[in-house]
Design a protein around this ligand. Structure first.
Ligand code: ACM
Length: 263
């Protein structure tokens, strides 16, 4: 199975252009599963909830999800992408999972970062993997990496690959923490981070790039540069994620003692 990330610099508010750019980058190397950054179609630095509401889209009816489904139909690939989701009067920092047969699933970011707390409603869906043609994937978004429970829950529920759309802003931190999430759960992780910067509403953020694919032993299988538009694709054997053994005597899941730490 070939998995890939797309790293680029979305332009704030230019939903059509950002979607077209991401799709054209995915037209390059072939992959079975693509991961795009958090909020890849809208940009990140909102200044009001109204502004988010204007750019957010219903999933799966919105034009961005539809464009991704068209791409998936044409190429046979699956895509996980971070999208601002509007659902009635609620707005989520969301992600969509689509494939050649159409809409598959959605995720809504549980751990909101910084001013996201002012603009978005917190995620209200369980951390539940979905099956993509026999391979189970889980989705979490950016700052969720700081909460090991997110990746652990997905892995305990059978995720072999954790797809991680991101807009990371603390250099090196999310990349390091996702290596740990991969290693401690013996799963693959694919972090698609954005690059560039945004200055809006008196705030300025620089996004750190270095998108990466990590194996179940924590090895970095692909790492993008800190500020270059790039795609990275790696061939993986997802069944490796079923093996939780690290020594003859230790299986990281069988050895858990939840009675001591189920707080
Ligand atoms: C983040 O969660 N976008 C840092």
């Amino acid at each position: 199975m070939r998995v890939g990330y797309v790293q680029f610099a979305p332009r704030f508010g230019k939903v059509k252009g950002n979607t077209a750019r991401a799709i054209s980058l995915m037209e390059g190397p072939k992959a079975d599963l693509w991961v795009l950054p958090e909020l890849f179609s809208t940009g990140y630095l909102f200044t009001s909830r109204d502004e988010v509401a204007e750019l957010a889209e219903p999933i799966p009816e919105g034009p961005t999800t539809r464009a991704l489904i068209d791409f998936a139909r044409r190429t046979g690939a699956f895509v996980v992408a971070g999208i601002a989701e509007r659902a009635g009067d609620r707005i989520y920092n969301g992600a969509v999972v689509v494939g050649p047969e159409g809409f598959i699933g959605r995720y809504r970011k549980i751990h909101l970062f910084g001013k996201e707390k002012l603009w978005f409603d917190p995620g209200d869906l369980p951390l539940e993997p979905v099956d993509l043609g026999g391979v189970r994937i889980g989705v979490m978004i950016c700052f969720d990496h700081f909460f090991p429970e997110s990746a652990r829950t997905l892995a305990l529920r059978g995720a072999q690959i954790i797809c991680h759309p991101a807009n990371l802003v603390l250099p090196g931190i999310g990349q390091l923490s996702m290596r740990m999430r991969a290693m401690e759960n013996r799963v693959f992780t694919v972090t698609a981070n954005r690059i560039g910067s945004e200055a809006r509403g008196g705030d300025e953020l620089r996004f750190t790039g270095e998108s990466q694919i990590v194996g179940p032993d924590g090895a970095v299988l692909s790492r993008a540069g800190p500020d270059t538009e790039e795609v990275g694709v790696v061939e993986i054997a997802p069944e490796r994620a079923w093996d939780k053994r690290i020594t003859r005597y230790n299986d990281l899941f069988a050895d858990r003692r939840p009675e001591f730490y189920s707080l």
